[in-house]
Design a binder for this molecule. Sequence first.
Ligand code: C2O
Ligand code: CU
Length: 472
Amino acid sequence: MTGHHEHEMQDTDQHRHAAHGVGHHGHGAVAHLPTGDIRAAYTAAYEAAEPDPGRQVVVAHLEPREVEWEFRPGRRTRAWGFNGQVPGPVIEAQVGDVLEVRLTNRLSEPTVVHWHGLRIPAAMDGTEMVQWPVAPGQAFAYRFKVPDAGTFWYHPHLNETVQLERGLYGALIVRGPNEPHLDAERVLVLDDVQLDRAGQIKPPGWWLESHDGREGTTRLVNGRQEPDLTMAAGQVERWRIVNAASARYVRLSIGGRPFRILGTDGGLITAPFTTSEVLLAPADRVDLAVGPFSEGETLRVESLPFNRGSFRGHRKAEPFATLRVGPAKPSHAHVPEILREIEPLASGAATPTREVRLGFKLSRKHGVDFTINRELHHRADPCRVGELQVWDIVNRSPVHHPFHLHGFFFQVLAVNGEPPAFRSWEDTVNVPALGTVRIAWVPDDRPGEWMYHCHILEHHAAGMMAHVDVVR
Ligand code: C2O
Ligand code: CU
């Protein structure tokens, strides 16, 4: 079977991997090696993955490979895509299904695939800490049960500033038994690329880009530059939106019109929340109820001006797509007033159990190093299964950072001391410049090696990440 190759690879890939870290910023190679008996953990997780009664095994094949892609019509760009498309295929499953993903690496460099937001065993998390990289031409099988409904995504967890930037990412939708009923659904994966004059993706740049993160000037929805979307008048649609950009924050507006937030990273929120804008930091997801609109309307789907502290300010709105409203169709949409229960884990006044400090230091070698608790690739104290974690994530830098915790959902208790507008489950939260976010989470019984990091890919690559063991 595929999936059992990881052991033979260890020598060559250890070298290859260390070498690629040096090739980019030189920070990468520090702590990027699996520890412990990863093979036994992998085999145990593989064999334990059984669907719930009445559910099934969903098999998906993913082949990352080079592709000629038209980000803009008529302009061919050498990109990388899962199964030759950008984004990769939408993977769909139901809660309680087992997802078996057979990955065959057709790239010229090693990769691993991470299941962003899924609460699965550590051995299946798809990071360089829990498996050996999958070498070119090699195969690997991920197999896990999907426990939660929501809008998730998948992407490589190696050489991310290149592999994601070139187009390796895709949405993963898990449906639950009690979903709101809307007239239609669409998945919108947002991204941007920086193309040079010849229409090719620019390689990672030097210190300014590693400080700010790459923001391309070609803004994409589902791999196409500023497309037209059409929707029937009178209908209400569910939009599942993923921000797959390396560094861009999207302060999303749909023609300035109100919409209802139904869900965030970890699935439905407790009740629909009406607003006319929502901030998606890199890696964030949101589910919206959009509409109804009237025939003939044209609405700009755009990012409103937003200052995240980067050198490149966003003083003007920037378009992602144009929504054109066509002839009316009957609506059968029903959004209930209560979407689900979410029990609070703790109140905002809870005493923090630890502090996670996001910082930076100037480095002669790299321009800027980004740190957690003053270290590149911080090694955190372990967390015990079942013990409430209340973390203060303190941003000591003048730029925003999207904080992402692998494998577990958390609740946001406070942002700069203020409670959030609604209760939700999250795996990514924006930590404002010089601000503090207090989160709460409880490690359930999935021991192993996990990580948390900034999801601005250049910051992650420049050291703003940490490793944490969940122990029994
Ligand atoms: Cu979206 Cu470490 O991941
Ligand atoms: Cu960051």
